[in-house]
Design a binder for this molecule. Structure first.
Ligand code: HEM
Length: 430
């Protein structure tokens, strides 16, 4: 089977590719061009996410292609210890314990510890948008990518002034690992990643040297280690920050972008949400299932493993197609329909499953819910700009819009007309 995530149908209409793979009687496919084993059925993806002894994380953050020697020379200087998504036992259970203790990860803790930060940042950004009555804005740059980054900087205790370079480094890491950069770009991105890591090391080292760790995430992680390297080392604290700055940013940006796209592409959805914002949490949950911000995730096998009739050899890289699993008819009724009132939505795998389950799931949900609710209140006439084509950044893991253009209307009546000129099949099915 061929899978080109960087061009053609997988980039413009991934759902049709997921359907083709799911409809094929073979359980698992080998994508020869990328040398990746494609795992698509819900039960198999769930098992692979949970069984971290067989499907290990060691190469989850390693580039999906053969890196050029010049970029490799830069990458070998990166000495960030693996802590979360790239760590396996025995390191992962220890660093995961540290993360659970220092980063709010239940709905109650997230609301109590991060609710005020999220509301303050949402109010800032939505008020700025509402002040632009009648203008055409890009919801991606003005809101979706801005909000999660500002929130995660506040949580970690990183200065606002560093937003631009952190955004550029984090975007660069996503393109370097899961994109298809040419050799010159690989070198530039690899150098950016190294600079990003040195920045995180310095941020943490300064706190240690100051002797005033503070009460933000970095301060809490340093207090948690309490000088004991067996609990957590100082470089591991820096590595946690390094991971969170990326994990907390483009992922939630994707959730917001897909939710706004779904909501505004159908006038019925937007009017329903403005009339009853109580429907926002269910809408966000269905967006997570239907259009996951991460729709493919990498694992590497530690031994030969048989799924159905197919044996994947040891040492093989597998792409867990979360987007396909979320549309498996064995689990979801009418899986290609966007249905915020569905009862099976809780089975989606968009935040993973098992030992590496997303630590930021509660935060991502809260950000999306507060942002959309606030938008429906402040800009009820918000509508998509006409004549725009959807396009996504070429990437094997992250499905990120390039732009989502909308018109600001703070007073329009609720029954806005349909504006989607170039409807994706997902929206057409909605
Ligand atoms: C819609 C938003 C998000 C999505 C779709 C998402 C998705 C995921 C997925 C699929 C995993 C599992 C990785 C694996 O099994 O190897 C994961 C892990 C993780 N996520 Fe998220 N994430 C989101 C938001 C966030 C946020 C806001 C943060 C923090 C600020 C965050 C931090 C992490 C971390 C640290 C891990 C690694 C956990 C571990 O390895 O133990 N994520 N995320």
């Amino acid at each position: 089977m061929r899978l080109n995530p960087f061009a053609g149908v997988y980039l413009t209409d991934p759902a049709s590719m997921w359907r083709r793979i799911l409809d094929d009687p073979g359980e698992v496919h080998h994508a020869e061009d990328l040398d990746l084993w494609l795992i698509s059925r819900h039960a198999d993806v769930r098992r692979a996410l949970a069984d971290t002894t067989t499907f290990t994380n060691a190469r989850t953050l390693a580039p999906v292609y053969q890196v050029c020697p010049e970029a490799m020379n830069v990458l070998i200087q990166l000495d960030a210890p693996p802590t979360t998504a790239a760590a396996d036992p025995p390191v992962h259970p220890r660093t995961r314990r540290a993360l659970r203790a220092t980063f709010a990860n239940t709905a109650e803790r997230v609301e109590a510890e991060y609710g005020a930060i999220v509301r303050r940042r949402v109010d800032q950004l939505v008020s700025r948008l509402a002040a632009r009555q009648g203008e055409r804005v890009d919801l991606i740059t003005e809101l979706a990518t801005e909000l999660p980054l500002l929130v995660v900087l506040d949580i970690l205790g990183v200065p606002d002034g560093d937003v631009a370079r952190i955004r550029s480094w984090a975007d660069g890491q996503i393109a370097l690992v899961w994109g298809q950069p040419d050799p010159a770009e690989q070198v530039r991105l690899a150098q950016g990643l190294l600079d990003f890591w040195h920045y995180c090391e310095k941020l943490v080292r300064q706190r240690v040297d100051d002797g005033h760790p503070g009460n933000d995430f970095i301060g809490r992680a340093l207090a948690y280690r309490d000088g004991d390297d067996a609990v957590l080392t100082v470089p591991e604290v820096a590595s946690l920050a390094f991971n969170l700055l990326v994990a907390g940013h483009e992922t939630t940006a994707g959730l917001l972008a897909h939710a706004l796209d779904q909501a505004l592409s159908s006038p019925r959805h937007w009017t329903d949400l403005t009339a009853d914002p109580g429907g926002v949490p269910a809408f966000v949950a269905e967006t997570l299932r239907f259009a996951p911000a991460i729709d493919g995730w990498l694992r590497v096998t530690s031994r030969d493993v048989t799924l159905g009739t197919v044996t994947i050899p040891a040492g093989a890289r597998c792409l867990l197609l979360i987007g396909a699993a979320n549309r498996d008819p064995a689990v979801f009724a009418h899986p290609d329909q966007f249905a915020p009132d569905r009862t099976d939505v809780g089975n989606h795998l968009s935040f993973g499953h098992g030992p590496h389950f997303c630590i930021g799931a509660g935060l991502a949900r809260l950000e999306a819910q507060i942002a959309i609710t606030r938008l429906t209140e402040a800009i009820p006439g918000l509508r998509l700009a006409t004549a725009q084509q959807r396009s996504y950044k070429p990437n094997v893991a992250f499905r990120a819009h390039h732009t989502l253009l909308a018109v600001i209307d703070v007073v329009a009546p609720a029954d806005v007309p349909a504006t989607r000129d170039a409807a994706t099949p997902e929206a057409a099915a909605a």
